[in-house]
Ligand binder design. Structure first.
Ligand code: CO
Length: 413
């Protein structure tokens, strides 16, 4: 079962803000009476040198699902999608997945090696990398197994747990093609092996065509250095493709003439089909969307009347020109309003506002991408892929909203 209260609440409460919570409780009439926070001086400027959210937001946390977490060093936590808005994920809330814990790398000792089918094998320092022309791009990173538990029907009662293996930040970095050009790729070179510096040495084969197209080596996220759990000091960015390929703590790039077929692209990240055969090299994350609010962790608390439905849509193929929302489980579809920037391979934010009469709803959203592809139902995916898959579940999600305002993860078939 998902945890209801996160482990780091205690940590927040030890930061001297307990008194702040008690002192700022509104008294008497919230607008005509002078409130405690207006009766004296507030706190001075931040003494720790790094800003933290209001103590009233201390429940906004990454969370784990205990039965998925056998060992925290080889584990995962989830982005609290139901508590966020807009398209950018704050750095401290971006979901984590690691295979041998978070490598703590001294940037002065960081090195990136390029070897294999190149004219000049090279080793770069971080400063060397930062002297290539820099680029800024907002991209989503989705774990291939995001929503994977839901193949067998509704499992986890919260969008954080069903869809929270995704984040969307602005990366600052250099183009992989510029760095590879320095080493010079031999004409036989067709593939790239990217390898991490952590103890897992996680590695993936990437076709050179993609590497030379839009891949980046990033060292900043949302303007500040990558967080250690996101690959500090440098990670690979593979726009629109499955998150497992975005090698963190990037230490080596090898150019070869064929794929390596390492563990993470054979025993893992290969998709079993209904007929027992497997799909391999399923890199692109297809169009997907989900309503983030209302959702099981974000029920309707205000009763009937104006209700704002909001959610996220994305596609590894490009942009999302249209999102539909249904209130009745797919009988009638309404065009949602996409608000904010529509960027290539980035999360898109949508809204649908309506007057709720308090009757039960079956909420769904459906993304269309720029190729004309329309997000399928889970049943449509199961026809081809069977029921024991884990990866690439981009099926339509249903939330049942009850008259009480409570919301539940359900499936309609
Ligand atoms: Co795949």
């Amino acid at each position: 079962m998902p945890t209801k209260s996160g482990p780091s609440r205690r940590r927040f409460l030890t930061t001297g803000l307990v008194a702040g919570i008690a002192a700022t409780t509104a008294k008497a009439d919230p607008i005509t009476d002078v409130q405690p926070w207006a009766q004296g001086l507030g706190k001075g400027v931040d003494e720790r040198g790094y800003g933290m959210p209001s103590p009233h937001e201390s429940h906004v946390l990454r969370k784990s699902v205990p039965w998925l977490v056998a060992e925290t060093k080889s584990s995962i936590n989830f982005t609290p999608l139901h508590q966020l808005d807009g398209i950018i994920t704050p750095n401290g809330l971006a979901f984590e997945r690691h295979h041998s814990g978070v490598a703590e790398i001294d940037p002065a000792e960081y090195r990136l090696m390029i070897n294999g089918l190149v004219d000049r094998p090279m080793v770069f320092t971080l400063q060397d990398l930062m002297r290539f022309p820099r680029h800024n791009k907002v991209y989503f990173l989705e774990c291939t197994a995001n929503s994977g538990m839901e193949w067998r029907g509704p499992q986890l009662n919260g969008v954080q747990f069903t869809h929270g293996m995704i984040h969307n930040v602005m990366y600052t970095g250099v183009m992989l093609r510029d760095v590879l050009a320095e080493a010079g790729i031999k004409t036989e070179g067709k593939w790239l092996l990217a390898e991490g510096a952590d103890a897992a040495g996680l590695s993936r084969s990437i076709p050179l065509e993609k590497a030379l197209d839009d891949c980046m080596i990033a060292f900043k996220m949302n303007g500040e250095a990558l967080r250690p759990e996101q690959g500090y000091p440098a990670r690979l960015v593979v726009p629109g493709w499955e998150g497992n390929m975005w090698i963190k703590w990037l230490r080596r790039l090898e150019v070869g003439d064929q794929p390596w077929h390492h563990r993470e692209e054979t025993a893992r990240y290969t998709d079993l089909l209904a007929n027992g055969a497997s799909r391999r090299f399923t890199w692109v994350m297809d169009a997907k969307s989900v309503i983030t609010e209302p959702s099981p962790q974000a029920p309707v608390s205000h009763g009937k009347g104006p209700l704002v439905i909001t959610g996220l849509a994305w596609s590894g193929q490009g942009v999302i020109p249209r999102v539909d929302v249904t209130l009745d489980g797919g009988i009638n579809w309404h065009k949602a309003r996409v608000d904010g920037p529509s960027l290539d391979k980035s999360l898109h934010r949508f809204y649908y506002e309506f007057d709720w009469d308090g009757s039960p709803l079956f909420l769904q959203s459906r993304a269309h991408d720029n190729t004309g592809y329309v997000q399928p139902t889970k049943d449509a995916l199961r026809v081809i892929r069977g029921e024991v898959s884990n990866y690439h579940n981009n099926g339509i999600q249903t939330w049942a909203v009850y008259s009480s305002g409570e919301v539940e993860n359900v499936e309609i078939s």
